[in-house]
Design a protein around this ligand. Sequence first.
Ligand code: PTJ
Length: 264
Amino acid sequence: MALNENQNNIVPKTHPRYQSLKFRHKIIDGMKNLVVAEAGLIAHGRGECFDYIIGEKTTKTAKYAIRAAVAALLIAEKPVISVNGNVAALVPNELVTLSKLLNIPLEINLFYYKEGRIRAIKDVLKKAGATDIKGINEEKMIELEGLESNRRKVDFIAKADVVMVPLEDGDRTEALKKLNKKVIAVDLNPLSRTALWADITIVDNIIRVIPKMIEIANQLKKLNDSELNDILNNFDNKLNIQNTLDLIIDHIEKQKVEAFKILK
Ligand code: PTJ
């Protein structure tokens, strides 16, 4: 995506952090268009910080989790991907490609209610080519038990067996688990409540996760259910989060060595 004229003037393509700034501006533009909540800017900043400490790349452990997540989505009977403002602003086209590839609906589900937000997100997804968008018809919505936030209002999620929840705030994963749903989380913070409660936790940036899921989905679609179940059964989320934390510690140790080469 090209940054708009003003931002292009501020951020040259040669800037060492051009990619990161490009996505930052997608979030800012999204906020101006009602797609992103004001708090979405803060959430993005928090994500950037965690991204920095995993080395701004898809780690080995994230790849394992992504593979398990795609297997779970392929095996599921009624899978769904929950979409909030940040995700819609950052990766709308990739999200729609994944949803079509796996034949999974996208459900708009927001934490911060504001008049016009659902329509704004629906428009972004439609523009990206989405045909199966849930969570847009107030009459079809029901309320999830054990949840007080606006996220309690769901559509297809109520019936789903596997729910993917990218960039989620605290308590919904817990509520979904109590309703016996399998939860796939995408969260750069490996210690968030969402990350710890999920069945499959992908600790990586959504901007890298969705393209990687598309790549893996193209491979795993050729497998049968028994082979997919093997991938799922061999995945240990607790161990994978422990290994992710070890990778972060290693990365920080290496950064410390590099920093001391610069520090006089
Ligand atoms: O659009 P809405 O109204 O549904 O609101 C969406 C936000 C994200 C504002 C809302 O869910 C929220 O406030 O979330 P939190 O509590 O800030 O949690 C978001 C989590 O996502 C944090 O743990 C962040 O580190 C993480 N995160 C932020 N950006 C990314 C990310 N994880 C993966 N990829 C990112 N790009």
